[in-house]
Write a protein that binds this ligand. Structure first.
Ligand SMILES: [Zn+2]
Length: 324
C-alpha cells in the first residue's frame, strides 16, 4: 500500500521511489464524494421497497380507469407441489402468468389492454399473486369469468373481483404505497419466508406487461457509459484484482443477509455529475464515514473532498460492491 509519510520526506534520497511521480500525480487530483446511509434497494426490504418497487407499481396503475380493472388473486395448491419453492420455480420459469393472460386474451371478446401483478406470501410460505388486468370494457361487461381463469390457472385457487368504486381503488393503492401490502393486519404478506431468505437468486415482487424493453436498454447503456469513465480513472491503479475479489463477495450472500445489511453501511456517490453516480458501497457504518474531514450538506448527505490516493485507500479497505 502507499506509504506517503515516508515518501513525502524522501527528498534527500538519491533517487525517488519509482512510484513517487505517479503518487504525486494522484495526490493532486481531487475527487468529491458524498456518502449516505446505505440502502439495500431490494424489492423485499420493508423500507426501501416503498420507494422502489411499490412506488413503481402504484405509478404503473395510477392512470388506469378503475371501472375497467379486474383484480385477480392467483394462489397455489400445496398438494400439487413438493414445496413452496418448487411451485414458485416452476410457475415462474414457465412464465405461467403471462401465458395465462395470453390465452385469456385470445379467447375473450374483450381486449386485455394492460396488466401487472404484485407477489405476496401466505403464512405457510406459499406465494400468491395479486394480478390486475385492465380490459377495454367497464364493470360487469369487463368480467373475465372465474371458469375461464380456472381453465388456464390449474395450480391453485383463483378469485376475480371488480374494483368497487374510485375511492376503493384509491384506498387500496394508497394503503399499499404506505405499507407495502394490500390489507390491514397482513404485514406478513410482504415478509419473505425463510426459504426465500436463504436463496441467492432474486424473487421478483412486481411484474408487468412487457412493453418498453427498448427504452430501458438505452438508459442502462447511458448509465454504464458514465460509470466507465470514472472506472477508467480508478482502474489505472494496480488494485483491480483486489477489488474484483471484494466485489465477488457480494454474490455469495443470501437474500436475507442482503436485507439485514440495509442501513448498516455507507453508499457513496461521486461528484462529476451532481453526485448522481453511484460509486459503490463501503463496508463502513455511516457514522464512521462522517468522521472523515468533510461536511454535511442538506439533501446530499456527508460530502468529502479527497485526493485520489486517499480514495484508493478507502476503496481498498472498505469497498464492497459497485452494483446494488
Ligand atoms: Zn433496504
Amino acid at each position: 500500500m502507499f506509504d506517503l509519510g515516508v515518501w513525502g520526506k524522501s527528498k534527500r534520497a538519491a533517487e525517488p521511489p519509482p512510484n513517487l511521480v505517479y503518487i504525486n500525480e494522484l495526490k493532486s487530483q481531487k475527487v468529491i464524494l458524498r456518502g449516505i446511509k446505505c440502502k439495500c434497494n431490494k424489492s423485499w426490504c420493508p423500507i426501501c421497497s416503498l420507494k422502489t418497487v411499490i412506488n413503481r407499481f402504484c405509478g404503473y396503475v395510477k392512470d388506469w380507469d378503475w371501472r375497467r380493472v379486474r383484480h385477480i388473486t392467483l394462489t397455489i395448491d400445496p398438494s400439487l407441489f413438493e414445496s413452496p419453492e418448487a411451485a414458485y420455480d416452476l410457475l415462474v420459469k414457465k412464465k405461467k402468468i403471462a401465458g395465462m393472460i395470453r390465452n385469456i386474451g385470445r379467447t375473450l371478446e374483450k381486449v386485455v389492454v394492460d396488466w401487472c401483478w404484485l407477489l405476496e406470501w401466505h403464512r405457510n410460505e406459499l406465494p400468491h399473486w395479486h394480478l390486475f388486468v385492465l380490459v377495454d370494457k367497464a364493470g360487469y361487461r369487463g368480467q373475465i369469468g372465474a371458469d375461464k381463469i380456472r381453465h388456464y390457472w390449474t395450480y391453485g385457487r383463483i378469485e376475480e373481483k371488480p374494483i368497487k368504486s374510485e375511492s376503493h381503488w384509491k384506498k387500496m393503492t394508497d394503503y399499499l404505497s404506505k405499507h407495502g401490502y394490500f390489507q390491514k393486519d397482513k404485514a406478513h404478506q410482504s415478509r419473505l419466508p425463510e426459504w426465500v431468505r436463504e436463496r441467492k437468486s432474486i424473487i421478483k415482487r412486481f411484474g408487468r406487461m412487457n412493453k418498453s424493453r427498448g427504452n430501458e436498454g438505452s438508459r442502462n447503456e447511458k448509465l454504464s457509459e458514465s460509470n466507465n469513465e470514472f472506472d477508467k480513472l480508478i482502474n489505472e491503479s494496480k488494485l483491480c484484482e483486489w477489488f474484483e475479489r471484494k466485489e465477488s463477495e457480494q454474490f455469495t450472500k443470501t437474500q436475507g443477509q442482503l436485507l439485514d445489511d440495509c442501513g448498516n453501511k455507507t453508499d457513496v456517490y461521486w461528484g462529476l455529475d451532481g453526485f448522481k453516480n453511484f460509486w459503490g458501497r463501503l463496508d463502513m457504518p455511516y457514522h464512521e464515514f462522517k468522521c472523515m474531514d468533510g461536511k454535511y450538506m442538506e439533501g446530499l448527505g456527508y460530502v468529502v473532498e479527497m485526493d485520489r490516493v486517499k480514495l484508493e485507500l478507502l476503496r481498498a479497505r472498505h469497498f464492497l460492491c459497485s452494483v446494488h
